[in-house]
Ligand binder design. Structure first.
Ligand SMILES: Nc1ncnc2c1ncn2[C@@H]1O[C@H](COP(=O)(O)OP(=O)(O)O)[C@@H](O)[C@H]1O
Ligand SMILES: [Mg+2]
Length: 279
């Protein structure tokens, strides 16, 4: 549906994108990468907000993306605190060029989809972080886009709001092509059909969630805490935990060392292998 061809983006001396290519299909695609990986730059190039230094983006119809076809939830966006939820959406509806007569119905429909219809008369300034994010998503839904692009939609949300957002994203993914950027594996676990791991401006890995987990096969171990060194260059310690009352370290290592017990890899393990160069 959308093909990204060898995108490069330079900001002065910073090479934010160094040749990114992939195809975006239906369902939810997770764009996963640490801060500074180039996620926001990539999304902005795809949406035509900024121009890439080289490379291009093809849409199925061969045309550049049209405003109505993509709903974009930027990483940072402002709302007017004095407006009500409904007024805010009507304002975005006008900006999107939706005919005035259709705006009230369309606004209510989008609010219903994010479960905010009951809060439509509330002032934006009085909403929680999760509700503000839902207003942003509702505005992205205005005009019936087939593609939704969410940039770090869970940033600043508390754990409960994160869970709710994930459920909403999963619902939206049944109807829309969703591209969701995040630095948190859990945000896309169990809901993404495809994952693109971006690191230092390049695609470090891509595939189904299970494919990402497989990158860490044979590299995941637990070892007694007393047997590991926090600063070792031979392995990467993910966390400390207790198993059967014994303090152990869960770690990623390219090679097996004495005292290591192999464990099943997770998506998080695969993501860490891809971004930390554990090969
Ligand atoms: N407008 C800009 N001017 C200069 N450098 C930028 C600009 N936007 C992003 N960068 C740099 O480009 C790199 C990628 O940033 P960004 O796309 O925001 O990554 P992410 O969204 O994955 O955190 C970073 O090194 C960042 O500092
Ligand atoms: Mg970003």
């Amino acid at each position: 549906m959308i093909r990204v061809n060898d995108l490069h983006k330079r900001y002065g001396k910073t090479e934010a994108l160094r040749g990114v290519s992939f195809a975006l299909g239906p369902g939810i695609t997770g764009l996963l990468g640490p801060n500074g990986a180039g996620k926001t730059t990539l999304l902005r190039c795809m949406l035509g907000v900024i121009r890439p230094t080289a490379g291009d983006v093809d849409f199925a119809d061969g045309m550049r993306v049209r405003q109505q076809e993509v709903g974009y939830l930027p990483q940072k966006y402002g709302l007017f605190k004095e407006l009500t939820v409904r007024e805010s959406l009507a304002y975005f509806g006008v900006l999107k060029g939706i005919p005035h007569s259709q705006i009230p119905d369309e606004v209510d429909e989008c609010l219903r989809r994010v479960n905010m219809l009951d809060s439509r008369a509330r002032r934006v300034g009085a909403l929680s972080g999760g509700m503000i994010r839902r207003v942003g998503i509702a505005s992205a839904l205005l005009g019936g886009p087939c593609i939704l692009v969410f940039d770090e939609p869970t940033a600043g949300l508390d754990p409960e709001e994160r869970v709710r957002f994930k459920r909403l994203a999963s619902e939206l993914g049944k109807v829309h092509t969703v591209l969701l950027s995040t630095h948190i594996v859990e945000d896309i676990e169990a809901i993404a059909s495809t994952v693109i791991v971006l690191n230092e401006g390049r695609v470090a890995a891509s595939g189904a969630l299970q494919d990402i987990a497989e990158l860490a096969r044979g590299k995941c171990y637990v070892a007694p805490q007393r047997a590991v060194n926090d600063y070792s260059e031979d392995y990467y310690i993910e966390k400390y935990l207790e198993i059967d009352g014994e303090p152990v370290a869960r770690l990623l290592s390219a090679k097996y060392l004495d005292g290591f017990t192999p464990v099943e890899p997770t998506v998080e393990d695969g993501y860490l292998c891809a971004t930390r160069g554990i090969a």
